[in-house]
Design a protein around this ligand. Structure first.
Ligand SMILES: O=C(O)CCC(=O)C(=O)O
Length: 290
């Protein structure tokens, strides 16, 4: 299902896009469910446990940036993780024992969907080893115009960059301070039903969606079972309940990977979008909401 070349490319570049990880019927159910869940944002005056709101949100005209932890909101979002292609890819990239770390659905709506500044997921959730990746299931066709995720190939083998501003974690890098060449960025595009798989240390970000096309990206963070978090460990029952397949372990595999703690915590909590509001030097432009 995933080819040897694709696995090698993931190891070399830190990402791979695989087509048709979910079938048309599941894709249609996911889209319907998103529409239904979004009704819950009507009337909200501030972010909630489920919804992260766009700056231009109004209670009577909801604008949502993110549905938080969708796998806990509706069971169809949990079903995606049983898709055979997706499981096959996870087995090849992370091994026989895999745990779900978290999930989120970035809406990036047509016309105003917010950008995500350059960052490494690793800066948010360092673990004892880095056999961790994020799956981005495309619920819409993702093209250059509607704010695809942009990745800098090979950066998963480099340093962990500074994600702090004014002495606090802010969840974003100042690319100009890193020497990284943005012209080398690759866009993770693909037709709806495809998915990107990106390494936890890969530098990535995405622009505002100023196009007329939606770009919904359903993200699942997955870890090898022996990767234990260095921050925000809750309890063993919750930890083990998130096993997707294989066996849990109480013996973390510890490898010498570069770590920076996301501490002191970000000034603005709730989501990466909120964390990143503390960044002075934004890379991606934000135009007034249409
Ligand atoms: O939605 C995107 O384009 C970027 C997603 C991402 O990097 C994140 O939410 O951490």
């Amino acid at each position: 299902m995933i080819t040897r070349e694709q696995v090698d490319s993931y190891r070399e570049n830190g990402f791979v896009v695989v087509e048709d990880v979910i079938d048309a019927a599941l894709l249609a159910r996911l889209r319907d469910t998103v529409r239904d869940v979004m009704e819950g944002a009507r009337g909200l005056t501030t972010h909630s446990d489920v919804f992260d709101l766009e700056p231009g949100h109004l209670p009577e005209q909801p604008r949502v940036r993110r549905i938080k932890k969708p796998h806990l909101v509706r069971s169809v979002f949990r079903e995606v993780l049983d898709a055979p292609v997706l499981k096959d890819v996870l087995r090849h990239l992370l091994g026989p024992d895999v745990r779900l770390h978290g999930s989120k659905l970035n809406l990036k709506s047509a016309g105003f969907g917010s950008p995500v500044e350059w960052h490494q997921d690793w800066a948010f959730y360092p673990h004892t080893n880095d056999d961790i990746l994020a799956i981005g299931v495309m619920l819409d066709d993702v093209v250059m115009e509607n704010g695809p995720m942009l990745v800098l190939p090979g950066t998963h083998r480099g340093p962990t960059y500074d994600h702090h501003a004014d002495g606090r974690f802010c969840g974003a890098m100042d690319l100009s301070a890193t020497g990284l060449d943005v012209s080398k960025a690759v866009a993770c595009t693909g037709r709806a039903g495809s998915a990107s798989f990106h390494h936890v240390r890969l530098v990535h970000g995405s622009a505002q969606n100023t196009s007329t096309r939606e770009r919904q990206l359903l993200l699942y963070e997955c870890a090898a079972a022996d990767a234990w978090p260095l921050v925000n460990f809750t309890n063993l029952e919750d930890f083990d309940s998130r096993m997707l397949f294989g066996k849990p372990t109480i013996e973390p595999r510890v490898v010498p990977v570069p770590v920076r703690m996301p501490l002191p915590p970000a000034l603005n909590q709730g989501s990466i979008y909120e964390n990143q509001t503390a960044v002075a030097n934004r890379f991606f432009k934000v135009s007034a909401a249409t």
